[in-house]
Design a binder for this molecule. Structure first.
Ligand code: SF4
Length: 330
């Protein structure tokens, strides 16, 4: 697939995922990591994937880059990047997409950088993978990228261990943006950072996203980050999207009991004496998902029907989708 071909057709959505199912085989067990996820992201739009650890958020991101061990990997569904089905591409074509059309910022900057290479060389390596330029020119561009993320270019000759956690994450962001991707997947980009640095890195990601008009998938468990940065939100539970809508739908017209539980477990800053209300129980074992609604063992409103039939997503108005037997279509 040529990049020109993809850009020439200018599809309505930068990314479309349809009915994606992903499995991992561990020992003799099958982990049902994603169970039919569908979502669409327009050019320049940011979608938040929100849920607890193990919900399938990172697997969704890795699937878009086709980095899931396969087989079994993706067992069903399609992923289209700029209108092109990535399942039909060769590994060489995928290499041209990774880092160029789609980039990912991984959660932990400590493990994303090579400790034996200078940060400038690591960024330059990404640039040279996609652009036919010499080492000197690539290193000059890498210096520009460092400056863009607020690191003086004369520190480019240093190694990752010479940087603080926040600075390392900036380097990782510079690497992800080095070839101006059209889709950026940010997987908990601020989780490993302390609170003040988190705010700085988030502001920077938001500004760069605007500057490059990128589409972004923000993977997080933090609803505060979602409120600051996202246009649309998908609440993910046990490998399925249980609620999907605009930021206003999710924050002002919360409909799914799991999303209600997520908001209920946040501290109330106006009433500091109030106890937190955590969602009882744990996410189900993905090798042995419950029958019916996957949230039913933890749901305070579960009925007999919930334990028998898995609810499908229903449109309850505008673009607001909810998978719960209690809500009515429209
Ligand atoms: Fe709760 Fe039933 Fe709705 Fe599932 S379908 S979220 S168990 S009320």
């Amino acid at each position: 697939m040529s990049e020109q071909k993809m850009k020439a057709t200018a599809p309505e959505y930068a990314l479309e995922i349809e009915n994606l199912e992903v499995e991992y085989h561990v020992d003799k067990e099958v982990v049902h990591a994603l169970n039919g996820i569908s979502l669409k992201v327009k050019q320049g739009e940011t979608i938040g994937l929100v849920g607890e650890t193990g919900a399938g958020k990172t697997t969704t991101g890795l699937s878009i880059l086709r980095l899931i061990p396969s087989p079994p990997g993706v067992v069903k569904g399609t992923i289209r990047v700029q209108g092109e089905d990535i399942g039909s591409l060769s590994e060489k074509q995928m290499e041209a997409i990774r880092g160029k059309l789609v980039s990912m910022i991984f959660q932990d900057p400590m493990t994303s950088l090579n400790p034996t290479k200078t940060v400038e060389d690591q960024i330059a390596e990404v640039i040279r993978l996609h652009e036919k330029i010499g080492k000197k020119e690539a290193n000059r561009k890498a210096g520009d990228m460092l400056e863009m993320v607020g690191i003086p270019r004369d520190r480019g000759g240093e190694f990752p261990h010479q940087f603080s956690g926040g600075m390392k994450q900036r380097v990782v962001i510079a690497m992800a943006l080095a070839c101006s991707p059209e889709i950026l997947i940010a997987d908990e980009p601020t989780t490993a950072l302390d609170v003040t640095i988190q705010a700085q890195v988030l502001d920077m990601i938001r500004d760069l996203k605007k500057q490059y008009n990128m589409s972004m998938i923000m993977i997080t468990h933090d609803l505060g980050i979602v409120a600051e940065i996202c246009d649309t939100v998908a609440i993910v539970y046990a490998g399925s999207i249980v609620e999907y809508g605009t930021l206003e739908d999710i924050f002002n017209r919360t409909a799914h009991p799991y999303t209600v539980g997520l908001f209920g477990s946040l501290p109330n800053m106006d009433d500091r004496t109030q106890r937190l209300k955590p969602i009882q129980g744990l996410m189900p074992d993905p090798t042995n998902l419950p029958a019916g609604c996957p949230f039913s063992p933890r749901c305070p409103r579960a009925t007999e029907e919930c334990r028998k039939a898995k609810p499908v997503l229903k449109n309850i108005g505008g673009e607001h989708l909810v998978a719960c037997h209690l809500v009515k279509e429209g």
